[in-house]
Design a protein around this ligand. Structure first.
Ligand SMILES: *Cc1c(COP(=O)(O)O)cnc(C)c1O
Length: 395
């Protein structure tokens, strides 16, 4: 079969994206209700969403903010990251995981990953610890929980907090424990491709009441009360105790989030079904290896990532990406190792060779379409396109 790239007929007529939101009639109704209520922001939908979220992940506190990036910024600020501090970050993540350290004047220290799960390598964390290390971050890459037993032991041994960037993994579990309750603080994003969508939005979960309170002030300019709390007290007085930001999540977003939370379990199950179709099909396809699955965990499948076996192929990842896109399969690449970005090179002097496993993985990875509204037919089209493209380029 001629590749679409070479003028053949594409596997699909239109592009299948790698991710997209599902918005139900109930979600629309929930948002509409807020729009005609008294509060568009700082209203009752905010604590309602926070409480439902905390109860879903089984933590004492959940603090809503207006992006996953703001969630990371607030979490690092809560544990006191400041100028000169080092925070250990895995190289294979979205830039925001490290950027939020830099917002506070800290230095992100990049560590390498496990070659099969592409998650932070605990042994590398121990190696990179210095007196300046004030926290470390794990990323539940693709949507499965990291090795929190080992990571928590490291945090305890060194007396520093473990932050989980759980932006991929809402809905996943390790044993009986939910992602969100596995680290000292966990951060989430509600960008439309993530497990729960509010447009923009984020959340931090923790059992620590002081950190939760600090983050509530941090998201509100460093001011200790919000508009509704003052209205309830019949007071105009407020004071700014710290320098904060406007990172509030509006009632419109929170109403959507609260409604989406109700369909999260079904959406996660659907992602797992799509992943099972891929797992089965790819067991018999040469030229690629899906990521390894960690024992005793369930996977939220924000991403379904495969690594190309380049030694069995006549083309590199970029050529295969182009060929699959021509077939209208919306493959993607997550991520360029953060220490490769020009800003990191020029600001922190990072360079190639610092995290060789992440760097090698970067040349091999592709993220496949996976989202709650995908049909079995969509998944089969992806498999057909991979079959077509990889057999064309087989050595
Ligand atoms: C999406 C994402 C973020 C940032 O979230 P935003 O809501 O887009 O700010 C941070 N870290 C990881 C791992 C992500 O996937």
């Amino acid at each position: 079969m001629t590749l679409a790239l070479n003028g053949g007929t594409p596997v699909r007529d239109s592009l299948l994206p790698y991710g997209r939101q599902t918005v139900t009639d109930a979600d629309v109704a929930a948002v509409t209700e807020v729009l005609t209520s008294d509060w568009l922001t700082t209203g009752p939908a905010v604590p309602a969403f926070e409480e439902a979220f905390a109860s879903f992940v089984h933590t004492k506190h959940a603090v809503a903010v207006n992006s996953g990036t703001a969630a990371l910024h607030a979490a690092y600020a809560a544990v006191g990251i400041t100028k000169g501090d080092e925070v250990i970050v895995p190289a294979m993540t979205f830039a925001a995981t490290a950027n939020a350290v830099a917002y506070l004047g800290g230095t992100p220290v990049f560590v390498d990953i496990d070659p099969e799960t592409l998650q932070i390598d605990p042994a590398s964390v121990e190696k990179m610890m210095t007196k300046k290390t004030k926290a470390f971050v794990s990323v539940d890459y693709a949507g499965q929980p990291c090795d929190y037993v080992t990571l928590k032991a490291i945090a305890k041994k060194h007396g520093i907090p473990l932050v989980s960037d759980a932006c991929h993994a809402l809905g996943a579990t390790m044993g009986k424990d939910h992602v969100g309750s596995l680290a000292d603080l966990s951060t989430f994003s509600f960008h439309p491709v993530k497990p729960l969508a509010t447009g923009e939005g984020g959340m931090i979960t923790t059992d620590n009441p002081e950190w939760a309170e600090r983050m509530r002030h941090f998201r509100n300019h460093g001011i200790t009360t919000d508009h509704r709390q003052r209205q309830e007290k019949g007071s105009w007085f407020y004071e700014m105790q710290e320098l904060g930001f406007n990172y509030r999540l509006s009632d419109i977003h929170c109403a959507l989030g609260l409604s989406q939370l109700k369909s999260l379990a079904a959406a996660t199950k659907r992602r797992q079904e799509i992943a099972a179709i891929y797992d089965k099909a790819f067991a018999g396809i040469a030229g690629l290896t899906p990521l390894a699955k960690r024992h005793g965990t369930t996977h939220a499948y924000h991403l379904y990532v495969i690594q190309l076996n380049l030694d069995q192929l006549k083309a590199d990842r970029n050529a295969i990406f182009q060929a699959l896109r021509a077939e209208n399969i919306g493959v993607n690449v997550h991520y360029i190792p953060v220490h490769f970005h020009p800003w990191y090179r020029k600001t922190f002097g990072t360079k190639e060779g610092m995290c060789p496993i992440a760097e090698k993985a970067f040349t091999r990875i592709l993220s496949l379409p996976i989202f709650g509204a995908m049909t079995d037919k969509d998944a089969k089209d992806v498999v057909t396109a991979f079959d077509k493209v990889l057999s064309h380029y087989a050595r």
